[in-house]
Design a binder for this molecule. Structure first.
Ligand code: NDP
Length: 251
């Protein structure tokens, strides 16, 4: 039988990179000790991560869904909340890039990035908040980007989606604060994951010079901040965009 006193945290994009680090951190029994719902498109890497979490004494459930499919996402969030008896935390982390200069960007690349990165956060939030309201507690974290805060040439679609997440965050914070639900955005700078791996080394070297702490971030740098934003004691912090970029933008 499942323990219904343990808080349940859904993490999208948990198969690798930032989402994987967030899931590991939230599931750690010596830290946040959440029952973590691991979500991404295919089950394989999620099952592997579940095994790692369980070997460390944590709890995890796998939820394979394409966040670009709004109906499937709504159903998946509802079904997992019903199955586990609660839903307390949502980390909207799944995201993609389809970079190109605005004047050459196709409608398809615009729509794909907006649907995957922004609409998914809205749909998951709408579904999850109904379950959070029952417990009069909720923590929603939207993984935005410094591109959404200060813009980035070649990323019109991505920057618009990530800026949209910040507007969504502030609105949800205002609408649901009285219900015990907080909503914050977290804007990472350059973090070493598959998403940034294909940047040429000279670009990475140049970037490093623009970062006050003189290094790219790690997924664990982001996970540590997410742990706080989803903690019991962060209840007075809502509607903010926390920029975690090693002092690159100081925005
Ligand atoms: P990765 O490319 O390493 O991982 C992306 C994750 O999103 C994967 O788990 C992937 O799962 C999932 N995902 C992608 N598309 C979908 C989809 N349609 N449905 C469900 N899941 C999907 O990215 P990062 O870890 O680097 O990035 C995580 C988040 O952080 C993103 O929102 C990104 O925009 C943001 N970010 C990253 C920065 C960086 O420097 N890395 C900087 C600023 C923000 P799968 O493919 O298995 O389905």
């Amino acid at each position: 039988m499942s323990d219904t006193t343990q808080r349940v945290a859904v993490v999208t994009g948990a198969s690798r990179g930032i989402g994987r680090a967030v899931a590991l951190r939230l599931a750690d029994p010596k830290r946040a000790n959440r029952h973590v719902v691991l979500s991404a498109r295919s089950e394989g890497p999620l099952n592997d991560l579940k095994a790692v979490i369980e070997a460390a004494g944590g709890k995890a459930t796998v939820l394979a869904v394409d966040v670009g499919d709004a109906k499937a996402l709504q159903t998946a969030v509802d079904s997992v909340a019903e199955r586990l008896g609660r839903l307390d935390i949502l980390v909207n982390n799944a995201g993609i890039t389809k970079d190109g200069l605005a004047l050459r960007m196709s409608d398809e690349d615009w729509d794909l990035v907006l649907d995957t990165n922004l609409k998914s956060a809205f749909v998951a939030t709408r579904a999850a908040a109904r379950h959070m309201m029952r417990g009069r507690f909720g923590r929603i974290v939207n993984i935005s980007s410094t591109s959404g805060v200060v813009g980035n040439a070649g990323q019109a679609n991505y920057a618009a989606a990530k800026a949209g997440m910040i507007g969504l965050t502030k609105t949800i914070a205002r609408e649901l604060g009285a219900k015990g639900i907080t909503c914050n955005a977290l804007a990472p700078g350059f973090i070493t994951t598959d998403m940034t791996d294909n940047l040429p080394q000279n670009i990475k070297d140049d970037l490093q010079k623009m970062i006050a702490v003189r290094r790219l971030g790690t997924p664990e740098d982001i996970a540590a901040a997410v742990e706080y934003l989803t903690s019991e004691e962060s209840g007075f912090l809502t509607g903010q965009c926390l920029v975690v970029d090693g002092g690159m933008t100081m925005a």
